[in-house]
Design a protein around this ligand. Structure first.
Ligand SMILES: C[S@@+](CC[C@H](N)C(=O)[O-])C[C@H]1O[C@@H](n2cnc3c(N)ncnc32)[C@H](O)[C@@H]1O
Length: 253
């Protein structure tokens, strides 16, 4: 692992070194976030991966024996390109990395992973359901004690994924640094990725009153899908009670 001569975190060495550089157009991880990742990452990390690329790619190329990144080739963007951003950095260690170019929607499903990951960062396409899709292809390949990092949990659909994960026995939430959630893989059995099992998942075993309304930004209550189903069940139950009541009337006569 690389770090400053005075034992400073690599994230801070990088911050100083790259101080004059403007970040690429898609926006990069804040140095505070990189420092938080560094605190949780195994100092002997052998294999890491990320979706998207940029500042984090420079970071992982220094902190991991080998780093694989799945990212669009956006060099035609010129100065705003995230590929150019790491390529043009003196700190980037290309020899420690493998680039899988192209949309993750295509590249991940056929990729043959070379080992179990010490850390996976999800920070490529942010629209729903792409981060969820990336999680699906990565989660069986993250080793116990390994990290799963989800960036931009302030985006509602990504936050929902993080909500699901924080109730999943496979993950322990270590820290939320700015808008980045850092989870650690527990030693729980890997959820079977070719079957079902929704009833085993913590998120689906709610502890709160299930029919509670939730509110959207315009202040209006929003009907949950559970509620739609539940009110349908109530109607069915009522229908069943009616003949029973009339039977009681018959007996009273
Ligand atoms: C927010 S940036 C990543 C920032 C990076 N983690 C950093 O610290 O600089 C998102 C990245 O995802 C890439 N991207 C967007 N859509 C993608 C897709 N469908 N497949 C792969 N990469 C994608 C963008 O080109 C960009 O590099």
């Amino acid at each position: 692992m690389s770090s400053g001569k005075d034992g400073r975190p690599f994230a801070r060495v990088m911050e100083k070194h790259e101080a004059d550089r403007e970040i690429h157009a898609a926006g990069g991880l804040h140095y505070d976030v990189l420092e938080a990742i560094e605190r949780h990452l195994d100092p002997d990390a052998r294999l890491t991966a990320e979706t998207g690329c940029g500042r984090s790619t420079i970071f992982f190329s220094n902190l991991s024996e080998h780093h694989v990144y799945f990212c669009l080739d956006d060099r035609s963007k010129g100065a705003g390109s995230s590929v150019k951003y790491y390529e043009e950095s003196d700190l980037f260690r290309a020899e420690k990395t493998t680039w899988v170019p192209g949309p993750t929607q295509r590249t991940l499903k056929d990729y043959q992973h070379t080992g179990q990951y010490d850390c996976v960062l999800i920070d490529g396409p942010h629209g729903y359901p792409f981060p969820d899709m990336e999680y699906y292809f990565f989660y069986p390949h993250i080793k116990p004690e390994g990290l799963l990092i989800i960036d931009d949990v302030h985006i509602a659909s990504i936050g929902r994924m993080a909500d699901i994960l924080q109730e999943d026995v496979m993950w322990k939430l270590e820290e939320v640094a700015k808008t980045t959630a850092i989870f650690r893989r527990t030693d729980a059995t890997t959820f079977w990725n070719e079957g079902d099992g929704w009833w085993q998942q913590g998120y689906n075993q709610r502890r709160a009153y299930k029919s509670k309304p939730f509110y959207v930004d315009d202040g209006m209550p929003f009907q949950s899908f559970y509620d739609r189903y539940f009110s349908h069940r109530k109607k069915t139950t009522k229908k069943r009670k009616r003949p029973f009541r009339s039977l009681r009337k018959i007996f009273r006569r």
